[in-house]
Design a protein around this ligand. Sequence first.
Ligand code: R5P
Length: 294
Amino acid sequence: MVDLIVSGSSCQVLSKEISDELNIELAMVESGRFPDGELYLRVDSDIKGRDVAIVQSTSKHQDSNLFELLSLLETIKREGAREVTAVVPYFGYGRQDRSFAQGEAVTSRVIAELISKYADKFISLNLHKSTILDFFDIEAIEGDVTPAIAEYYSTFGVKDAVIISPDKGASGLAKNLGKRLKCEYDYLEKKRIGPGRVKIMPSNINLKGKNVIIYDDIIDSGGSISEAVKLLHKQGAENILTACIHPVLPNNAITRLFTSGVVDLVGTNTIPSQISFITVAEIISKMLKSITHD
Ligand code: R5P
């Protein structure tokens, strides 16, 4: 069983919540930058013989967070940990999981191979595609946060809503959430016409006067959701609420979503953000308890 949590800089509150859930030590990590900008790290805990989980999302700034994760993994391993688990609640670069055009880098694979070099196990939540797990050479598992999203809406008292995913790729999420909330679900057809620009085709469900929850794995620029909102309003939807697992939300994405007509916006703390009202600490703690140790 994991007995030490080490937090990367991107997930400090979540790491504390996980250490509380599991009632185990949270390590202090000294970190800073040398005058030339290079990273300095030192883990200030006894590591030898322990089972350690390092929690770090590879969200913005992705390359820097990734390098920090790899450096922490290397340090913990070299200091004699018995087993090291890389917990990456949001796996950045997940959308580049194959070569879409000749010569393109498959960055998901590169990251998986680098993590596999230093970690014994890998845990993540709602990867953009589960096939990313195949890129790992170590035991790699993926959890689903939909139960926590369903609990949020149940507590909030949202009933009789229609759950809609803004594209076919996320239709499984809408189905899962719909089943949990006992609501109808559907997905929209999305065509990307440029960065942050998409064209969306209508839903088959009658939305007149209904509340709609749009549910997606990632909200990035907010382009997909704001196009979906316009269309769903045209189809007669009343209140449109939006949930995502990974709130990437750069620049003014939140304002873009509210001004498009979204009345409630929520995400999880796989990426700390202004809308990360749902914690994934319990889900990750359960996954850490369930992984087998050799
Ligand atoms: C794409 O396949 C993802 O599931 C999201 O739909 C996408 O990343 C959202 O991006 P944006 O918010 O920029 O439209």
